[in-house]
Write a protein that binds this ligand. Structure first.
Ligand code: FE2
Ligand code: FE2
Length: 189
């Protein structure tokens, strides 16, 4: 039987984000069209910034509250987010026709794989063990309502969407502009 939406917790949602972002990065690598590569890169950058902000806003407080070494786990993940962001800030401004673009896509893929592996084998299973299930489902509901302010999946922040152009737009500063917008959504606190 298919999983009911009401059974899905925030961790399922975040693991899906990891898979989708890695798939987008794979599509960049296999595409030879510079415009398409740029657009996929902007999409994956946007999705990963959204993913990081979601974790920081909804998962970190739960880790701090429920994990015995929550503060340490948050610190570790924050560092990984910062490293990913450094790569994305370089990638946002490099033309897709340059060799450096491919090198950065590869670097982002490696960092994201590492991030996904750490969370999926360490923090997330431990959070499931220590945090009440209802709370993890409630958090997923909160993320759902936050997303209602944006078009639904797939890829609400895709460069083709009207919202993307209206709210952030591509190019240098994309990561900062997006982080700003997402962290200051009216429903975010
Ligand atoms: Fe994370
Ligand atoms: Fe993550």
């Amino acid at each position: 039987m298919a999983q009911q939406r009401s059974d899905i917790d925030i961790i399922d949602e975040l693991v899906t984000d990891h898979r989708e972002a890695l798939e987008l990065l794979g599509r960049i690598t296999s595409s030879t069209d510079a415009d398409e590569r740029r657009e996929l890169a902007d999409t994956v950058i946007s999705e990963v910034v959204r993913h990081s902000v979601t974790e920081e806003m909804y998962v970190y407080p739960a880790m701090r509250e429920h994990l015995p070494d929550g503060e340490q786990a948050v610190k570790h993940d924050t560092e990984e987010h910062q490293q990913l962001e450094e790569v994305m800030k370089q990638l946002e401004g490099v033309p897709a026709s340059e060799p450096r673009f491919d090198a950065l896509v590869q670097e982002m893929t490696d960092k994201l794989r590492h991030h996904a592996h750490d969370e999926e084998t360490e923090q997330f299973p431990r959070l499931r063990e220590w945090a009440p299930r209802e709370e993890l489902i409630k958090l997923r509901e909160k993320v759902d309502s936050a997303k209602k302010l944006t078009p639904t999946r797939p890829h609400p922040w895709a460069p083709h969407s009207e919202l993307f152009h209206k709210v952030v737009g591509p190019g240098v500063g994309l990561v900062d502009r997006l982080r700003d917008k997402l962290a200051n959504r009216p429903d975010s606190r």
